[in-house]
Design a protein around this ligand. Structure first.
Ligand code: FES
Ligand SMILES: [Fe+2]
Length: 369
């Protein structure tokens, strides 16, 4: 077991796990429009091209640094406001209006962008290595979805995320009458699911009533993607609710969340109405979860000094988070360290090495001369 008091990734503001993070609601970015986006330590210009596809490009123009979101969308590329340089959808400079020929090769970084569940997601790197977060039960099915309210929690996304598998607090805070046994199942190296394996007990009238709706165990499952976004599935056998908590870290290390409600597609006008009602009901459940333990997250200083057997799912989740690959996005701390510290073993390795090559002492000396 890794040392739970000496973590490199879990809950660390300076460690950003590589992956997809939600950026904006899809309907907040209209075709042909461009927006400023401060996103996980990066300044980006997020725009929707004429083909309807959302794209992300490093914000500051390689000519003189103007923010590209001050400019405008042209075709599927962007034109800078200042001297009208144009960058195509791959970020390649392809027009300088005051010149006949561009005469040089300049490439501005662009990043993978996808949309799902009414959200725009950005991959924290140049090439996406995985698919977007999903609802496991509906992975290959059609679905309807709606978006809840965005929110900010005053703690790191990883810490907020453990709440959903903190079975221990379900009894103490939420008075859940059923003991959960959340068993981890690593779907792949970046995806871990916790499934409840206990049946509803038949000890009193309430639990006997609840038990009628479950042929086997009580449905409660939580699936995490790069330890940052999670989908919970709850509800009786005939009706499962799916709530996705899409979370990203901000500059202060706080969690910026967006709740998404998902249900399987139902056909016809009746199906349409049913889904509207269901998604509304799911939203109420989602708000309860999202609002839940707000006060404790304002003041918690996460320090897992005395884990007990009942905390096992949380321990498994922390171990899973510690194994995740970091990216060199984030809030600058790792980059500064890279100037003075030799790369170390462990999860920081890739990031530190990468940054050392990006900003070596030699580079800086060269710039100084
Ligand atoms: S700063 Fe963008 S074209 Fe000059
Ligand atoms: Fe809670």
């Amino acid at each position: 077991m890794s040392n739970l008091e000496n973590l490199n990734v879990f809950g660390k503001k300076e460690s950003v796990i590589e992956g997809w993070y939600w950026a904006l609601k899809s309907n907040e970015l209209k075709k042909g429009k461009i927006k400023h986006l401060r996103f996980i330590g990066k300044d980006l210009a997020l725009y929707r091209g004429e083909d309807g596809k959302a794209r992300a490009i490093d914000a500051h123009c390689p000519h003189m640094g103007a923010h590209l979101a001050e400019g405008k969308v042209e075709g599927n590329g962007v034109r800078c406001f200042f001297h009208h340089w144009r960058f195509n959808e791959e970020g390649n400079l392809d027009d300088i209006p005051c010149r006949k020929k561009v005469g040089m090769q300049v490439k501005q970084n662009t990043y993978p962008v996808e949309e799902r569940y009414g959200l725009i997601w950005i991959w924290t790197g140049s090439e996406a290595k995985r698919d977007l977060p999903y609802v496991p039960e509906l992975k290959d099915q059609e679905y309807d979805s709606t978006i809840g309210r965005p929110y900010i929690k005053e703690c790191h996304p990883n810490i907020m995320m453990i709440n959903a598998i903190d079975a221990h607090h379900f009894y103490s805070v939420h008075h859940l009458p059923v003991k959960l046994n959340l068993v981890p199942n690593e779907i792949d190296s970046n995806t871990i699911q916790f499934n409840n394996k206990t049946n509803v007990p038949t000890t009193n009238i309430l639990t006997r009533f609840i038990g009628r709706f479950y042929s086997k165990e009580l449905t409660y499952s939580m699936c995490y993607f790069n330890a940052s976004t999670g989908t919970v599935t709850i509800g009786p056998d005939f009706l499962h609710f799916h709530i996705m908590f899409a979370i990203r870290p901000n500059e202060e290390g706080k969690a910026e969340g967006q709740t998404v409600l998902v249900t399987k597609k139902r056909k016809g006008i009746l199906g349409y109405i049913t889904n509207k009602v269901l998604l509304f009901a799911t939203q109420i459940v989602g708000n309860y979860f999202a609002h839940g333990d707000t006060e404790v997250f304002k003041t918690i200083k996460f320090n897992f000094k005395h884990p007990i057997a009942e905390d096992l799912p949380i321990i498994k989740f922390i171990q899973h988070a510690e194994k995740q690959q970091l990216c060199d996005w984030g809030f600058g701390v790792v980059k500064e360290e890279a100037l003075n510290i030799e790369p170390q073993n462990g999860p920081f390795l890739a990031v530190r090495k990468k940054n050392v090559t990006l900003t070596t002492k030699e580079d800086l000396n060269e710039k100084a001369h």
